[in-house]
Every structure is written in structure tokens, then in C-alpha cells.
Design a protein around this ligand. Structure first.
Ligand SMILES: [Zn+2]
Length: 253
């Protein structure tokens, strides 16, 4: 009985809160959605509808939230879980959009035991079991390969398993040992390249921590899959196993 009530509710949401056609056909042109086949697009539309039913999106600093903004966020957030489950975004409801970059204020202790109080401008932030906060300007004006929605929602998926450490809960057919080895080796290699100021297509912010590395690699995976596959083929393969998608295939004609 519980199962059928759940399905009845789901059908009601899909029927009464469906994404309007005009908005849908306008937004499926987002770069990261290119190459999805009709079945995938249909699934994405349904997932995004359910996502929008579950989440609230509010504007900070008097930003008015439009349907276009809501659907833009939902489609990109749901791309990550297209072959996973909406349950990966459980235990939190709020998304806060600022018009542009916002200030983060935090304290940390350095290696010499000195406490620092920092003010930093940010394009996005994800709290464990709390809100996702993003700059709308960064959502719509990022260059290809940078995607704040994919970045913050990759953090959300990572945080579900032992906090944000760059290793989400892996599927039964995946090896935690292989993931650890491949990501550690790639992360060390990437940090060396950043230290040597070598020109790289991947955002140097990935060198901040293994958690940021996973989030930035997820941005690359969905937006510049061929480049990621060229630079870090083993990382691409692990992400393909985890997200159960092969975005590079969408770009190989
Ligand atoms: Zn991050």
C-alpha cells in the first residue's frame, strides 16, 4: 500500500508540476546537456520536476527567483544523478541564490598554530545536511569546463559518505582501493603541475583538497569529458563507473 501511495503522489507531482514545454526546449541547450538521447532527456525532465518539488530555491539580496532560474538549477543538478537516484540529495531542502559572488567568513588554524579570520568571495558553497548556496551570475556566465551547479552538487553527493573527502559511497561493482589509488595519484600529479605553474585546462582550485579535486573533476567530466579523458583517463573511468554515464560518447561523432 505504501508503495502505491508513493507512486500515486509521484504521478500527481509529475502531472501537475511538469516543466512547461517552452522552458524545457529553451534550457535543453545548456552545454552540459548536449548529446543526451531522447530517453535520457525524458528521464532528466522527470527527475528535475521531482527535484523542484522537494527543494526550495530562495533569493538573497532581493534576487527574484524565476521559473527559468529554478529549472536551470534543477536540470544541471539532476544531470549528476541521471542514472543514480534523487535520494542522493536527501536530508536537506534549501538552495540559496545570490545575484553574484558572496562573502564567506571563516576561521582556521595554520600549521604554526596561528588562528586566521578570513573573508573570501565565493561562487558557491555546499553545507553538509544544509543548504547549497550559489551565485546566479556564476551559474549563467561560467566558461565551458566551469560549472558551479555541478561542482556544489558533486560536493553534496560526496558529503553523504564520511563527509566531504573526495570519495562518495561507491557502488558494489567498484573497488574502493582502485578509487583511492587513482584519485590520490592524479591529485598529487595535479598539485605538482599547479606548483610548477604549468598551464592546465583544469581549474587550479582542484588542488585545494581531495574534496575540491573530486568536485572539479566532476565539472570536467560533464562539461569537457574528452579533455578529462585525455589528461586523466583513469579518473574519467572511475567517474564513469560512479555516475553510470559516459559523457565523452556524447561528444564523439
Ligand atoms: Zn568546492
Amino acid at each position: 500500500m505504501a508503495w502505491s501511495i508513493k507512486n500515486w503522489r509521484r504521478d500527481q507531482i509529475l502531472r501537475h508540476e511538469a516543466i512547461p514545454d517552452t522552458l524545457w526546449f529553451q534550457l535543453i541547450h545548456l552545454p552540459c546537456l548536449q548529446g543526451l538521447d531522447p530517453d535520457e532527456l525524458q528521464r532528466l525532465r522527470l527527475l528535475a520536476t521531482l527535484f523542484l518539488h522537494e527543494k526550495t530555491i530562495t533569493g538573497a539580496h532581493d534576487l527574484d527567483i524565476t521559473d527559468e532560474m529554478r529549472v536551470t538549477i534543477a536540470l544541471q543538478a539532476c544531470l549528476l544523478i541521471l542514472n543514480l537516484d534523487l535520494d542522493y540529495y536527501r536530508n536537506w531542502v534549501q538552495i540559496i541564490l545570490y545575484p553574484g559572488e558572496f562573502m564567506l567568513e571563516y576561521e582556521y588554524m595554520d600549521e604554526f598554530g596561528i588562528a586566521h579570520h578570513v573573508h573570501d568571495a565565493a561562487a558557491g558553497e555546499a553545507w553538509s545536511a544544509g543548504p547549497v548556496i550559489m551565485s546566479w551570475d556564476d551559474v549563467i556566465h561560467s566558461k565551458l569546463g566551469h560549472n558551479v551547479v555541478i561542482h556544489e552538487f558533486a560536493h553534496k553527493i560526496d558529503m553523504l559518505h564520511e563527509g566531504a573527502n573526495g570519495c562518495p559511497a561507491l557502488h558494489a561493482n567498484m573497488s574502493p582501493h582502485a578509487w583511492h589509488e587513482i584519485f590520490s595519484t592524479a591529485y598529487d600529479h595535479f598539485c605538482q603541475q599547479v606548483d610548477r605553474l604549468q598551464e592546465i585546462i583544469i581549474d587550479s582550485y582542484a588542488a585545494e583538497s581531495p574534496a575540491e579535486f573530486f568536485a572539479v573533476m566532476s565539472e570536467m567530466f560533464f562539461e569537457l569529458p574528452l579533455a578529462l579523458g585525455q589528461h586523466y583517463p583513469s579518473v574519467y573511468e572511475q567517474l564513469m563507473l560512479f555516475y553510470r554515464q559516459d559523457p565523452a560518447k556524447r561528444w564523439r561523432w
